[in-house]
Ligand binder design. Structure first.
Ligand SMILES: [Zn+2]
Ligand SMILES: [Zn+2]
Length: 208
């Protein structure tokens, strides 16, 4: 858990971030804040047309930046457990898989989560939390923990949504699941800012 790392940063390649969230500004902001590693993880879809332009732009900064830059994407978990990202993209880049739709059916959600944990191209499960429409029991969280460890998936502590829930984090820590930090920045000031999740971060210094 390194506070100088941010594995979830958006850019203005999507249609809802600040227009000044250019790759250049993101890199400069990370340098200014003294961050060591950032992953640029733009929202991708199977149909996304901007991928090579985005990757080229990041590559240009990789040589000159003081911050280690990781080229990546945040892909939506689909209800069948696949991700909304072309395989040729997913296989070569850092992939966060996140739920971005509301689920009412618990079994569909659980099956999708299990399948995405087993997906060899996924590196990280983003802002993981249960839906408000159903309850996840302790034994089920334990089962996710086992699967996450087995498939070597990282769980993100997400500053934007303050997730996962504390109870989940405690169980995952106990089961040896790996974590890292993600601001989920959609504006420059949010990059590397974990003020919203100090309570979750403290769990690591207590129990590890
Ligand atoms: Zn997300
Ligand atoms: Zn995000």
């Amino acid at each position: 858990m390194n506070l100088k790392e941010d594995y979830h940063v958006h850019t203005n390649y999507n249609d809802h971030s600040d227009p000044n969230l250019t790759v250049k500004n993101v890199v400069e902001e990370a340098e200014r804040k003294g961050l060591e590693i950032i992953a640029l993880t733009e929202h991708v879809r199977e149909s996304s047309k901007w991928i090579s332009e985005y990757l080229n732009e990041i590559s240009n900064y990789k040589e000159k930046s003081k911050v280690k830059l990781i080229s990546g994407f945040e892909a939506k978990i689909l209800s069948d457990g696949n991700i909304d990202c072309r395989e040729e993209v997913a296989k070569d880049y850092f992939i966060i898989a996140s739920f971005h739709t509301k689920y009412n059916d618990k079994s569909i959600w659980i099956n999708a989560l299990k399948k995405v944990i087993e997906n060899k191209y996924v590196n990280v499960i983003g802002h993981l939390a249960p839906e408000s429409s159903f309850h996840i029991h302790t034994e089920e969280i334990e089962e996710f923990a086992k699967l996450l460890s087995k498939h070597n998936k990282i769980v993100e502590l997400n500053a934007k949504y303050k997730r996962p829930p504390e109870k989940w984090v405690k169980i995952f820590i106990k089961r040896g699941v790996k974590f890292h930090l993600g601001s989920d920045a959609h504006s420059l000031c949010e990059i590397g800012n974990y003020a919203s999740i100090t309570k979750l971060i403290k769990l690591f210094f207590k129990e590890n």
